[in-house]
Design a protein around this ligand. Structure first.
Ligand code: NOJ
Length: 560
């Protein structure tokens, strides 16, 4: 297998609004990130993925960009950004920027022009269609609820917005638009960045004609995903982007791709096809959703999680490359979702970290994950800020009269603000995030869970992450070794091996708060074993042919 720096790297995602506020306005900012660079260095990560810091009216916290080549006032200046890049590079840390080009803000100059008239030079940069039979051009639903089309009186047409109505979709069929995007990307790369995380990049090619999606239940709007996810020209566009831009630099690229399958994942990441290095897939974070989608809660079965990871690990092995994550700014906190954020918070956070750092692929740590930060339960909807959550609440509670408690429960479990509460730096007011009023309330558990306490405690989740990160640098088998699942049907234990040449690792993870027994499958043969990492004390002389695991215990053995 080809070696590459981006395969050996650990990525740390910063959601700037919630990271660290330097000027007391309650909003995290770039100088605030600079204050914490030594913290990142201490953790040992290699790459920072910075969520959008571009000019934006913040309808979707920066994922609605009104100027791709300027910095949002609340976050600082271009000079601050340049200092950030220099500060990271001085510490040997790379920077990848968020590239949000499925849509722009409706306040981007292109859109302001585009909406003026049908013959405006920028008209075709967006997707405009006349209405059909007195309603929207198609029955597609926006990811953030309601129709995906917005009527605009000025020219008596609708524009497409797969997300909020302030996020009009760009028209990738237009060659001039594509060239503008490529020029903008090159401009950032020439400033010295090390790559891009590409927002919903598999949505950029839509099926021509915008057909109505099948609607057997007669709903007002339906997803229409099959007409824009992995659309007809997606591979042409990504290949073109590679040729025009990416091939000229030594950079890392990761495509965020809801709805991507393993087969598609191979096409996107097979290096010989010259598209992307890796994709962020979503199947494993959809396993606890019912037929009604994200807010339709259902319990996660470990077997489903194993089958899914195994499918991706084996599917991309030897061809493509996986991204490894269990949470980000759009997902609930992983310890609350896949672990136990009450009596076994520390154990389960460490177990999940062991999982992510012992698979094949590039691990992504989302800010605060290294502290074992948890979900939050605000009693009032007024305390929530996320547009997806608020739109859903409005539709379900105010328009459809659904039960408030049920809807709030789904927000507690799945809402994106779970991940967006400010980083808990210490136990002072507002967790040391800001001296002002935070834009989103701090999780009340900050007195106990915070970076200062974690750094002082050598048994903390933070120190465990440091250790795992170091281990991955010392042991190429953790990066490149092949994965093979064991005990496929066990409902509590997730175990697998990694194999690299003559080396073998055994990973045993207890995903439960019980004491299941691990029994070594007979095909695993070895004469000696060495524990290389674990989250409990272990008697090294103990036989591992059969042993009992403690709640959320994780052990990684080197076998020889
Ligand atoms: C995915 C981003 O991660 C999410 O935060 C955003 O709301 C949508 N794409 C739209 O840009």
């Amino acid at each position: 297998m080809e070696k590459a720096w981006w395969k050996e790297s650990i990525v740390y995602q910063i959601y700037p609004r919630s990271f660290n506020d330097s000027n007391g306005d309650g909003v995290g900012d770039i100088p605030g990130i600079i204050e914490k660079l030594d913290y990142l260095k201490e953790l040992g990560i290699d790459v920072v993925w910075l969520s959008p810091v571009y000019k934006s009216p913040n309808d979707d916290n920066g994922y609605d960009i009104s100027d791709y080549q300027n910095i949002m006032d609340e976050f600082g200046t271009m000079k601050d950004w340049e200092d950030l890049l220099a500060g990271l590079h001085e510490r040997g840390i790379k920077l990848i920027m968020d590239l949000v080009v499925n849509h722009s803000s409706d306040e981007h100059n292109w859109f302001l022009e585009s909406r003026k008239s049908k013959d405006n030079k920028y008209r075709d940069y967006y997707i405009w269609r006349p209405g059909k039979d007195g309603r929207e051009p198609s029955n597609w639903e926006s990811v953030f609820s309601g129709s995906a089309w917005q009527y605009d009186e000025q020219t008596d047409e609708y524009f497409l917005h797969l997300f909020s109505k302030k996020q009009p979709d760009l028209n990738w069929e237009n060659e001039t638009l594509r060239q503008e995007v490529y020029d903008m990307m090159s401009w950032w790369l020439d400033k010295g960045i090390d790559g891009f995380r590409m927002d919903v990049i598999n949505f950029i090619s839509k099926v021509p004609g915008f057909p109505d999606a099948p609607n057997p239940e007669g709903k007002k709007y339906v997803s229409g995903a099959e007409y824009f996810m992995n659309g007809p020209k997606i591979h042409d566009y990504l290949h073109e982007m590679h040729k025009e831009v990416l091939s000229k630099y030594d950079v890392m690229t990761v495509g965020e791709m809801p709805g991507v399958t393993v087969d598609e994942g191979i096409l996107y990441t097979d290096p010989s096809r010259e598209e992307l290095n890796m994709v962020f897939q979503f199947e494993h974070v959809d396993l606890d959703s019912g037929p009604g989608g994200k807010w339709d809660l259902r319990p996660l079965k470990l077997k489903d999680l194993k089958d899914n990871f195994t499918k991706w690990q084996k599917g991309l092995e030897g061809t493509g490359w996986n991204s490894l994550y269990l949470n980000n700014h759009d997902q609930p906190r992983m310890v609350s979702r896949f672990g136990n954020d009450k009596e076994y918070r520390i154990e389960s956070a460490k177990m999940l970290a062991t999982f992510l750092h012992t698979l094949q692929g590039t691990p992504y740590i989302y800010q605060g994950e290294e502290l074992g930060m948890t979900n939050v339960r605000f009693s009032s909807i007024e305390d929530y800020k996320d547009i997806e959550t608020l739109n859903m609440y409005k539709e379900k509670v105010e328009e459809n009269g659904e039960d408030v408690n049920k809807v709030m429960e789904s927000i507690y479990v799945k809402g994106r603000d779970n991940a967006r509460t400010p980083i808990q730096w210490d136990d002072s007011e507002h967790a040391g995030f800001t001296t002002g009023e935070p834009w989103l309330r701090v999780n009340p558990n900050y007195k106990e869970i915070n970076a200062k306490a974690a750094m002082e405690d050598e048994n903390s989740v933070f120190h465990y992450y440091k250790h795992l990160i170091q281990l991955r640098k010392e042991q190429p088998i953790l990066v490149y070794g092949n994965y093979d699942v064991l005990l496929e049907n066990d409902e509590q234990i997730y175990a697998y091996t990694r194999t690299y040449g003559d080396e073998k690792l055994l990973v045993v993870l207890n995903f439960s708060s019980e004491h299941p027994t691990f029994e070594m499958p007979s095909h695993i043969t070895f004469t000696s074993k060495q524990l290389i990492v674990g989250n409990y004390d272990v008697d090294e002389d103990e036989s591992i042919d059969r042993f009992s695991l403690r709640p959320y215990e994780a052990r990684v053995y080197k076998l020889s």
